[in-house]
Write a protein of this length. Structure first.
Length: 367
């Protein structure tokens, strides 16, 4: 009687998970992580957690502020085009810009990279972008997680999440309480679409048959895909000096919901923002999107940033000095409106019409 063959010996690799690939990635990205060192963090990885010393960073009595976010379906454009080097900047930007609007300096960052099968070269490009974003924001990359999960993602797909913690000295945080009628609204120019509205962008690309690898109709010096993947601008280093000088009453990061829904998030009950849509020229990329989709102006104002990535509320007497300082720091500064007395909300008005969002804005925002 023939003997039964021994049972097959299963391994994790047989199930689609390569521990060796994960170890190789950690070794490859270690120098990138070290490049983000800052006071308070040595930016070394490999432990079960990362330390940060607020005292070494110069804080006496800090309040900690935390934010987490992702990149959204902009990732799909990056994946489909094989351009993975800048979405990490977007990941950091979405978190770091959310911290600065609280008056907080981003201190450290952690990332989560999930995929079905780990491709070390792709992951390394993504982490290189994250490290670059951390350098731009002045925060240390102190840890992260790489999850290889066969069957969870289509071949070649991956997802990203970012987590950032910042600090502000007690009493110096921005709460919007200082905002009052008569203040001026300044806008800092965006670098492009940033990281919101890409489900609509991708729908237009598919329906209109855009040739993404050809020069853009609105800028023949750039490929269309390059314009669409331009990373989100990080405003931290230019804004911190003005925050510490006390010349900014409130900041609004213009993300999902656009100008209409983000500005009210930082206003007190009896302050209403009035934005003059004719006060700045629509960027050519935004005009292209609007024309391609026949998008109504009101829909533009609540879907895209319309060329403004951050809005500041400042005293009228400080507007000139703040503008000069931010321009010297490399920002393009626009005067976009004013604060008036009224129910908390925002009205965008211009030659194309008037659109408003009022106190029920909280329904679509978790914070």
């Amino acid at each position: 009687m023939a003997e039964n063959p021994p049972p097959a010996a299963y391994t994790y690799a047989d199930a689609g998970v390569s521990i060796d690939a994960g170890n190789a990635l950690v070794k490859a990205i270690a120098p990138l992580v070290r490049s983000t060192r800052r006071p308070g963090a040595d930016a070394e990885i490999g432990g079960f957690g990362g330390f940060f010393d607020p005292k070494a960073a110069g804080y006496r009595d800090p309040l900690l502020v935390a934010a987490n976010d992702g990149v959204g379906t902009k990732l799909k454009l990056a994946i489909d085009s094989g351009r993975h080097d800048s979405v990490g900047i977007d990941l950091v930007a979405m978190c770091a810009n959310d911290l600065i609007v609280q008056g907080a300096e981003p201190l450290f960052f952690l990332d989560y990279f999930a995929t079905g099968k780990l491709e070390t070269g792709v992951a390394e490009q993504v982490v290189a972008g994250i490290a670059e974003g951390c350098r731009q924001a002045g925060c240390a990359l102190i840890g992260g997680e790489t999850a290889e999960m066969p069957g969870m993602y289509a071949p070649g797909d991956y997802d990203l999440a970012g987590f950032c913690v910042g600090a502000v000295e007690r009493g110096e945080q921005l709460t919007g309480e200082r905002v009052a009628p008569g203040m001026v609204l300044l806008g800092l120019a965006s670098s492009g679409v940033h990281s919101n509205g890409y489900s609509l962008v991708r729908r237009l690309a598919a329906d209109k048959g855009w040739k993404l690898e050809c020069p853009a109709l609105f800028d023949t010096d750039r490929l269309l895909i390059e314009a669409l993947l331009e990373p989100t601008r990080i405003y931290v280093k230019s804004l911190l000096p003005e925050l510490r000088a006390g010349r900014i009453a409130a900041l609004a990061h213009i993300t999902g919901g656009g100008l209409l829904e983000n500005i009210p998030r930082v206003l007190p009950r009896r302050a209403h923002a009035v934005v003059d849509a004719d006060a700045w020229e629509q960027p050519r990329l935004m005009a292209f999107l609007q024309a391609q989709g026949n998008i109504a102006p009101g829909e533009m104002a609540r879907t895209f940033n319309c060329g403004v990535g951050m809005v500041l509320a400042v005293e009228e007497g400080d507007a000139g000095a703040v503008t000069k300082a931010l321009e010297a720091a490399g920002e393009t500064v626009l005067t976009v409106g004013r604060i008036e007395e009224g129910a908390r909300g925002c009205t965008v008005r211009g030659s194309a019409g008037t659109w408003s969002a009022r106190e029920d804005w909280t329904a679509s925002h978790r914070g």
